[in-house]
Design a protein around this ligand. Structure first.
Ligand SMILES: [Zn+2]
Length: 582
């Protein structure tokens, strides 16, 4: 097999317009080239070559692809031959096959997914069933032509898909392995995607490997991805990277957004360097992938609390891969899609221009919430900033971060340096996981995990209400993070076993609403307790004037805390012998 990076190099070097121009009379129209389609033998200029995206597309017969696909479809070459032919033209030498490596055994899966993609796209264009999908796109101001270039499709309800694929000669085993159909409990097969608008997901070679299906109307989940298959590992791909990588090199930045629609909207607004994770938090593999193509990532997520949490989580992952990370902030209530829709591309460009470093953004938010106004607040702020400082793998960035945080929190740089030092953090924050056989403690943390496992709306309600920092028990913390990102496959063995135990245990008979409120209140009370303890520790070092303020803070916090657990206060204070403030 030819290595992926060689294939990419060949594709990048190929003169798409020149090569296709040998077979088609092309004329420039704006940024694209148009000519009569060589596939359906058209006479009008419906065939477009789009150099910016490295692809061709026919608006009549819908043939589409890149330079390699062109050779395959026009001259009947297989994939490796097409790559070698283009490589020869651009002067790249491809090492001869070593050893007995035959054709890629995954080839049938690629073919099945490609066939499905064509079929789904045709459903979206032509069938009456897809009327509500077309209406939906119209309501989001995406034209049919734009949808087609993006390769969108529609998966109807019922078994039409299965019948069509069988009619095209695809075997059930292949469809199963490609994640296009699923086995029901009674042994019968059903299409995985039903009644959804489909976004094709491409690998770096621009082959469709999976789909992300958005539900139309009400229902859960909102987005459904293909399962993991031999050709699709969602943690190792980014949506739209196959075209965005060209734009990233030119713009020297990547823009990371939350969803497929945001990507589509920004691409239509003329931004090429836009990618999205695939419905989960950003993974290390995805960050490494970005790092290969760009030194700088701008995070453009929603500005609500959930969006901010996702922003900072992604920011830490990117910092670990030595990327420069900025955060663009959208006006209240807007997401990237609505912003371009309502205020146009210039408003978006302004937001990108105004983006600030991820640590600076964290500081801004803490400042706005008044964290730096009091001594315990400063300590809490520091706790929020430390993970970002520690995540910075680039030594210069880390040093700048330490200086900046020392300045804003009013502490000495060497003191902060010591706190950042990983040798200290091992003992300070990381505790070894308890053995798998240890019983899972019954507490508020456990209740929240059980709620999240019950699915929506509880998963969203819990992630909105509490931060990861609030979890003290390491296994519950691991479960919280995995569930918040909808990525239970990331759990290590111990946590995965705990997951199964909890799943078997279930939520119990009590009202979820009551469980939720009690658990959130308990965590909030615990946080307030910690703040009170911090004040107690600070008092001996404070001046007389500060002491008065601290005493007031303490009273206020104690009242707040008592309100959080009106009925449990007595038990708690008895259990917490000598707890401060009680
Ligand atoms: Zn055509």
């Amino acid at each position: 097999m030819i290595p992926d990076d060689v294939i990419e190099q060949v594709r990048d070097a190929a003169d798409l317009v020149g090569i296709i121009g040998e077979h088609v009379q092309l004329r420039r129209t704006g940024a694209d080239y148009r000519g009569p389609c060589p596939f359906h033998g058209g006479t009008h200029r419906n065939f477009a070559v789009i150099p910016k995206k490295g692809m061709f597309y026919c608006y009549v017969c819908h043939e589409a692809g890149d330079v390699f696909t062109f050779f395959m479809k026009k001259l009947g070459m297989d994939y490796p031959t097409a790559v070698r032919e283009v490589a020869r033209r651009v002067g790249v030498t491809i090492p001869e096959r070593a050893g007995p490596s035959g054709p890629d055994p995954r080839e049938p899966l690629f073919a099945a997914v490609a066939t499905a993609a064509d079929w789904f796209a045709r459903q979206l264009r032509e069938t009456a069933d897809a009327e509500h999908a077309r209406k939906y796109l119209e309501s989001r101001h995406v034209t049919m032509e734009q949808a087609q270039v993006a390769g969108l499709g529609f998966a109807p309800r019922g078994t039409a898909f299965l019948d069509a694929m069988k009619g095209l000669g695809l075997r059930e085993e292949v469809l199963l392995e490609a994640g296009l159909i699923a086995k029901r409990e009674d042994g019968s097969k059903a299409p995985r995607f039903r009644g959804r608008l489909l976004f094709p997901i491409h690998d770096l070679r621009s082959r469709v490997v999976a789909f992300s299906g958005r539900i139309l109307g009400e229902g859960e989940p909102k987005y459904l991805n293909s399962p993991e298959t031999p050709i699709f590992h969602k943690g190792q791909l980014l949506y739209n990277l196959h075209t965005a990588k060209h734009g990233m090199r030119k713009a020297e930045r990547a823009i990371l957004v939350e969803g497929q629609f945001d990507v589509l909207r920004l691409a239509l607004a003329g931004l090429e360097e836009v990618v999205a994770p695939l419905g989960t938090g950003l993974t290390d593999d995805q960050a490494a992938l970005l790092q290969r193509h760009t030194p700088h990532v701008i995070l453009l997520y929603d500005s609500d609390d959930a969006g901010l949490r996702a922003t900072f989580r992604a920011g830490d992952v990117l910092l670990r891969h030595k990327l420069r990370v900025s955060v663009a902030t959208l006006p209240e209530g807007e997401d990237p899609d609505t912003l371009v829709q309502n205020k146009g591309a210039p408003a978006l460009e302004q937001a990108l221009k105004d983006s600030v470093d991820v640590l600076e953004r964290k500081i801004q938010i803490l400042e706005r919430k008044g964290f730096f106004g009091s001594l315990p607040g400063r300590r809490r702020a520091l706790d929020r900033l430390l993970p970002t400082i520690r995540a910075a793998a680039d030594p210069i960035t880390k040093d700048l971060y330490i200086s900046r945080v020392a300045e804003v929190a009013g502490i000495r740089k060497d003191v902060l340096q010591r706190e950042v030092d990983p040798k200290e953090t091992v003992t300070a924050t990381y505790r070894p996981l308890p053995p798998a056989t240890a019983a899972l403690p019954s507490n508020a943390e456990k209740s929240l995990i059980l709620l999240m496992m019950a699915g929506e709306p509880w998963r969203a309600r819990v992630t909105d209400a509490v931060d990861a920092e609030e979890f003290e028990y390491p296994i519950y913390l691991a479960l919280f993070e995995a569930l918040a990102d909808d990525a239970p496959e990331r759990l290590d063995e111990t946590a995965a076993r705990a997951y199964e135990t909890l799943q078997a245990e279930g939520l119990g008979a009590e009202q979820p609403d009551i469980i939720f409120e009690r658990a959130v209140n308990r965590l909030e009370a615990r946080r307030l307790d910690r703040e009170i303890e911090r004040i107690n520790r600070a008092i001996p070092f404070a001046t007389e004037a500060e002491k008065a303020t601290l005493a007031q803070d303490k009273l206020r916090l104690a009242a707040e805390r008592n309100a959080k657990r009106p009925t449990y206060g007595i038990i708690q204070s008895a259990r917490r012998k000598g707890a401060p403030g009680s």
